[in-house]
Design a protein around this ligand. Structure first.
Ligand SMILES: Cc1ncc(COP(=O)(O)O)c(C=O)c1O
Length: 360
């Protein structure tokens, strides 16, 4: 364990790679001899321009994107994208939405303001315990895009691969599994992610747009800040410079670890250690349907709420932080994004074993 560091299972903002924090720590007073930090210099100056270009280049290489894609570094969080997507692409038309949790519901609510929402699947009746199998998705047949949330942070469910929506461009909220595994990026019209889970600090939202889809964005009577075509030009307003700076280092760290396939293998290993422990007996009960289990947010319950409170208290006292489940789901949630080391997962499993032995 690194000095002064807890085993951090926070759902977001979440653990960042230690090496990235060390670099930022070293450069915060003086960015490479400039006599100022990166957050004190112009976003149009050479230092930041180099970082911006580097982050774009790295992201393109990692996701296997060619020049058919645009990348935006915006503010406003994933929540602003819930509105920007229908504002640009759905206006007075129809779109298909897959409802797998609170974040999808919020996106659906925003979309209702702009056109007809067709809910192609919902797992609300079963407590959002799963994502759909392909044959359960019932498309409207007239949608502009198919919207899904690739990882449901609150409930601990995740798609193992993209939902099959035929030729429809996919629009994806990938906030909580962005860069955790390779993607078939050509299927996506839009992919967006708030950075604060797997990719950097809060304040940066990464938006990827496929150019042929972007061409369909609304162009008349639009607010500049909310328009993807306007934002695609050269830095429309001040970008979240600190977020992009850290993001660039996170991308470098992923490259050094072997890229997205290596991340995927590591994430599968970590999640398997936890799910194996949960599945040993009935003391711990996983929330998610087994086929939909998330590699990023592992959610489970204990035999009583009393025991859950005790688990959270005692785990905190043992140096394991951020394990309380989301207020709308309860129970325990261990968020084990890219930067959560295997040793933290092992420490959690040892704690779980000792806790079961004492309270089971
Ligand atoms: C899947 C998902 N989408 C959207 C959000 C909202 O993100 P933001 O707070 O950046 O708007 C979250 C936040 O936890 C999330 O997990």
């Amino acid at each position: 364990m690194k000095p002064n560091r807890a085993h951090n299972f926070s759902a977001g903002p979440a653990a960042l790679p230690y090496e990235v924090l060390q670099k930022a720590h070293k450069e915060l007073l003086d960015y490479r001899g400039a006599g100022a930090s990166i957050i004190e210099m112009s976003h149009r100056g050479p230092e930041y321009t180099e970082i911006d270009l580097s982050a774009r280049k790295r992201l393109k290489a990692l996701l296997g994107m060619d020049d058919d894609f645009e990348i935006l570094f915006l503010q406003g969080g994933a929540s602003l994208q819930f509105m920007m997507v229908p504002y640009n692409f759905m206006f007075q038309k129809t779109a298909d939405y897959i409802n797998t949790g609170v974040w999808s519901k919020k996106a659906i609510k925003e979309a209702h303001l702009f056109g007809d929402v067709h809910v192609a699947f919902s797992s609300e009746d079963t407590g959002f315990d799963r994502v759909p199998e392909d044959q359960q998705i019932k498309l409207s047949g007239k949608g502009e895009y198919a919207y899904f949330t690739s990882n449901n942070t609150i409930y601990g469910t995740q798609y193992a691969k993209e939902p099959n929506c035929g030729e429809l461009p996919l629009v994806c909220d990938a906030s909580s599994d962005f860069l955790s595994k390779p993607l078939d990026i050509k299927k996506y019209g839009v992919l967006f992610a708030g950075a604060q889970k797997n990719a950097g600090p809060a304040g940066l939202t990464v938006v990827i747009l496929r150019k042929d889809f972007l061409e369909k964005a609304r162009k008349e009577n639009v607010s500049s800040m909310l328009s993807y075509p306007v934002q695609t030009g050269t830095l429309f307003n001040t970008p979240p410079v600190f977020g992009v700076y850290i993001f660039n280092y996170v991308l470098e760290w992923i490259e050094e670890k072997g890229g997205l396939s290596a991340m995927d293998i590591y994430n599968q290993e970590k999640a398997a250690i936890l799910y194996d422990e949960i599945d040993k007996d009935d003391f711990y009960r996983g929330n998610a349907h087994k086929d939909s289990r998330s590699l990023m947010n592992v959610t489970f319950r204990l035999p009583s709420e009393e025991l859950e409170k005790k688990f959270i208290l005692e785990s905190g006292q043992s140096g394991l932080s951020g394990l309380k489940g989301h207020r709308s789901a309860g129970g325990i949630r261990a968020s084990i994004y890219n930067a959560c080391p295997k040793e933290s997962v092992e420490a959690l499993v040892s704690f779980m074993q000792a806790f079961r032995a004492k309270n089971g």
